[in-house]
Ligand binder design. Structure first.
Ligand code: GLU
Length: 448
């Protein structure tokens, strides 16, 4: 079996040498699931690993659009339909200049494993474009979304592939994408997209879900240690949708997020981002399209550290909520030295491989990976699909209770798999193993 793992790993290194994010994501996963491969030779006989690390298909297309001055631009759009063993392809769309085939594939791969343990029938996908939404007018955003959907609509659908939001794609963009999908297909097919507005088939709590889910997961880790969120200080990166939800839910549970960050640096708010005024200001900063966090320091009279990352602040809990590889070895060393007790990933693959291993193997830090603790958003997306098929909407409380329960189920499955394979409290490996087992069973059952 170890020969099989080594040969898959060598093939990946060769084939994806020019796709660093994707390679990092699959190699880390391979390392995590290796203990579970000793169970049986079926994985090798069916060459399951190779089938799991290759997407079913990768779509790429051009997205031409016209700016307000009448100039045309051409962006590159992608959709990777990664794995549909458990259900239709499902995952977000990201609009950001860093989007390329490697980023989209790593997101689609991770999404497959995020979705597997939600208990809801969804496979994995991801997509997006290298469009930069910064400083664009509303009309430019609308035209871009329409052009993007013109290329994508024939590949998606409620039983095929269901896109949602991610960085740069929120309720506004989903609205424009959905409107264009309806115009092109002539069908009001609610479950073709999730993250819709509340007036046309969206789910309550979808906006809050990503951050709330991560805090629910963290609360289970705290409980395991006989602790609660009360009085805890949290360092968070970003100031987007995920950070906003983390600030709100942790404040509700008595914790205090003391940092937010942006591409320009980070702010340190010793009183915590705990008031409605501060939560609302985060939304305003996001809506302004400037992508800078310094405005928070000006508004609330706190310190701004230009060009720095929030991981230097001593806290109890670190929750990266911004983007991939935002935390390197130097940051991880600092986190350990600062006596941080919990490292819980919100955003996808926020740490480099070396940083992650350093944190995971440090006896003082308890760690959770984004494929488990970062699943709140897609959980409520799947609940949105359930409500759409029922032609019914649940109350806030009904959705939130389901979200909380599912986050607890993912925690339990991760902890149980770690225990079963003698990995102690390694929630990262436990989660990867539990999801791998579920997906592989579904793939084996459905034949080659
Ligand atoms: N990008 C989000 C995630 O990673 C959304 C996926 C979805 O809702 O389908 O969870």
């Amino acid at each position: 079996m170890s020969d099989y793992v080594s040969s898959v790993s060598a093939a990946l290194r060769q084939r994806y040498a020019d796709q660093p994010e994707y390679l990092q994501s699959v190699l880390t996963w391979l390392e995590m699931i290796t203990p579970a491969l000793q169970d049986s030779d079926v994985y090798e006989r069916l060459d399951l690993l190779t089938r799991m690390v290759e997407p079913d298909r990768m779509l790429s297309f051009t997205v031409p659009w016209v700016d307000d001055k009448g100039f045309a631009h051409t962006c590159h759009g992608y959709r990777v339909q990664f794995n549909s063993a458990i259900g239709p392809y499902k995952g977000g769309l990201r609009f950001h200049p860093s989007v390329n085939p490697s980023v989209v594939k790593f997101l689609g791969f991770e999404q497959t494993y995020k979705n597997a343990l939600t208990g809801l029938p969804i496979g994995g996908a991801a997509g997006g474009a290298d469009f930069d939404p910064r400083g664009k007018s509303n009309r430019e955003i609308m035209r871009f979304c329409q052009s993007f959907m013109t290329a994508l609509y024939r590949h998606i659908g409620a039983d095929t592939d269901i896109p949602a939001g991610d960085i740069g794609v929120g309720a506004r963009e989903i609205g424009y994408l959905f409107g264009e999908y309806k115009r092109l297909t002539g069908r009001s097919e609610s479950s073709a997209l999730t993250g819709k507005g509340l007036t046309y088939g969206g789910s309550k709590i979808r906006q809050e879900a990503a951050g709330f889910g991560t805090v629910y997961f963290t609360a289970r880790m705290l409980e395991h240690q006989g602790e609660t969120m009360e009085g805890k200080r949290l360092a968070v990166s970003g100031f987007g949708n995920m950070s906003w939800g983390v600030c709100r839910k942790s404040a509700e549970l008595g914790g205090k997020v003391v940092t937010l960050s942006g591409p320009d640096g980070y702010v340190y708010d010793p009183d915590g981002v705990t008031t409605q005024e501060k939560f609302d200001f985060m939304l305003q900063m996001r809506a302004s399209g400037a992508d800078k966090v310094e405005a928070y320091a000006d508004r609330f009279g706190v310190e701004f550290y230009a060009g720095k990352k929030p991981w230097e602040v001593p806290v109890d809990i670190v929750i990266p909520c911004a983007t991939q590889n935002e935390l390197d070895v130097e940051d991880a060393v600092r986190i350990v030295a600062n006596n941080v007790r919990y490292y819980v990933e919100g955003s996808n693959m926020p740490a480099t491989s070396d940083a992650l291993n350093l944190l995971r193997l440090s006896p003082r830090v308890l760690t959770a990976g984004s494929k488990a603790s970062g699943t709140g958003g897609v959980v409520v997306s799947a609940l949105e699909m359930v409500q759409n098929s029922l032609r019914y909407s649940w109350t806030r409380r009904e959705v939130e209770e389901r979200l909380k329960k599912i986050m607890g189920d993912i925690y339990d499955a991760s902890a149980a798999a770690a225990e079963e394979y003698g990995l102690g409290y390694d929630l990262i490996a436990g989660n990867d193993i539990a999801a791998f087992k579920k997906i592989s069973q579904a793939m084996i059952a459905q034949g080659l």
